[in-house]
Design a protein around this ligand. Structure first.
Ligand code: SAM
Length: 295
C-alpha cells in the first residue's frame, strides 16, 4: 500500500508540543496524503521515539508534511518482530518516553500490526492513546449507501476456497452490514463465493482505491457485481460490503421456542431483543409473545 506521492500544498507547521509519555497509535492516510489529522502531525512532530511498520513509508509521509526527524530514533516494528523488540519498546514507555506508532496506512491494528504492542502496553498499565483518522473499512461503510447502524468488519477472508466458503457461511445470518478487505486478484472469486453462500440477490458494494485518483464505487446485487467484475481487470485496493440477510418469516412456534430458550438465562426485555435480532422479527411482536409466556 503506497501513500500518494502528491506533495501537500503547504507543509503543516506542526506545533512542537510536548507529547505525554506513553504509546500513541497514529492513523495515517489510506491514499490522499492530506487526510492526516493535525493531531497526528503534532504527535509525529513531538514524540520522543517514532515506531513504524514500514519506516520508509512513515519517513516519506513526514517529509510530505514538513516534519523533521531531527535525530529522533525511528524504529521498525510489527506484530512478528518478536519478544525482544516488544520488550525494548515497553521499556521505553515505562521510562516515560512518548512513542508514536504508525502502520503502513490507515489505522494501526485494523488488519495491520500494532495489536501485540498495544495489548502489552495496556496489560502493563502504561499509558496508551490514539490519534484517530483514516480507516478503509469506515470510509467504505460511510459511502456505501448500506445500513450503518450495525456492521461487522471481518478482515481478509481466507484465500483457500473451502475455508473462504465456511467463513462466509458463518457470516451469512449475521444481522449487520458485512465488511471485508480483499486483494484485487481474488475479488472475482470472493464475489462468486459470496453469491453462492449469501445469495445472489443480496445488495453489495465494491469500493476501490478510496481517496485516490481512480476511486470507484460499484453497487448492485452480488450476482450482478460478480458478472461485472469477472468481465474486466480490477486493480488497486478493495473493500467489499454486503447488506444483511433479509428478515426471514419466523413462525409463532419458532419464536416461542427461541424465547423459551432465551428466558432461561435472560430477562424478558433482553430475551425479546435477542430473539427479535436473531430471527429478524419485530421486537414489539416478540415482546408481546414473551409477556404472554411469562403470564
Ligand atoms: N489499517 C488499514 C485501515 O485502517 O484500513 C488497513 C490495512 S490492510 C493491510 C490493507 C487493506 O485495506 C487493502 O488490501 C484494502 O483491502 C484495504 N484498503 C486500504 N486502503 C484502501 C483504499 N484506499 N481503498 C480501498 N481499500 C483500501
Amino acid at each position: 500500500m503506497r501513500q500518494s506521492s502528491e506533495p501537500a500544498e503547504a507543509p503543516h507547521k506542526a506545533a512542537l508540543r510536548t507529547i505525554p509519555p506513553g504509546l500513541h497509535l497514529v492513523s495515517t492516510p489510506i491514499g490522499a496524503a492530506r487526510d492526516i489529522t493535525l493531531r497526528a502531525l503534532d504527535v509525529l512532530a513531538g514524540a520522543d521515539v517514532l515506531v513504524a511498520e514500514d519506516t520508509r513509508t512513515l519517513r516519506h509521509l513526514m517529509e510530505i508534511h514538513g516534519i523533521p526527524l531531527g535525530g529522533r530514533p525511528l524504529i521498525a516494528y510489527h506484530d512478528h518482530s518478536g519478544e525482544g523488540p516488544l520488550q525494548r519498546l515497553l521499556a521505553l514507555v515505562a521510562e516515560g518516553k512518548s512513542l508514536a506508532y504508525a502502520s503502513e496506512a490507515g489505522t494501526p491494528l485494523i488488519s495491520d500490526p500494532g495489536f501485540e504492542l498495544a495489548r502489552a502496553v495496556a496489560a502493563a498499565g502504561l499509558p496508551i492513546s490514539a490519534a484517530p483518522g483514516p480507516c478503509a473499512a469506515i470510509c467504505a461503510l460511510t459511502l456505501s449507501g448500506l445500513p450503518s447502524d450495525r456492521f461487522l468488519f471481518a478482515g481478509f477472508p481466507p484465500a483457500a476456497q473451502g475455508a473462504r466458503r465456511s467463513f462466509l457461511q458463518e457470516l451469512a445470518p449475521v444481522q449487520a452490514t458485512l465488511i471485508v478487505y480483499e486483494s484485487p486478484k481474488r475479488l472475482a472469486s470472493l464475489l462468486q463465493d459470496m453469491a453462492a453462500t449469501l445469495g445472489g440477490q443480496r445488495q453489495a458494494v465494491v469500493c476501490r482505491e478510496l481517496t485516490k485518483r481512480f476511486e470507484e464505487v460499484l453497487r448492485g446485487p452480488l450476482e450482478t457485481l460478480q458478472a461485472d467484475v469477472a468481465a474486466r481487470e480490477i486493480k488497486g485496493e478493495i473493500v467489499v460490503l454486503v447488506d444483511r440477510a433479509a428478515p426471514t418469516e419466523a413462525s409463532k412456534e419458532s419464536i416461542r421456542a427461541a424465547l423459551d430458550q432465551a428466558l432461561q438465562t435472560m430477562s424478558v426485555k433482553d430475551a425479546a431483543t435477542f430473539v427479535s435480532q436473531t430471527l429478524g422479527v419485530s421486537r414489539k411482536i416478540v415482546y408481546r409473545i414473551a409477556l404472554d409466556r411469562q403470564g
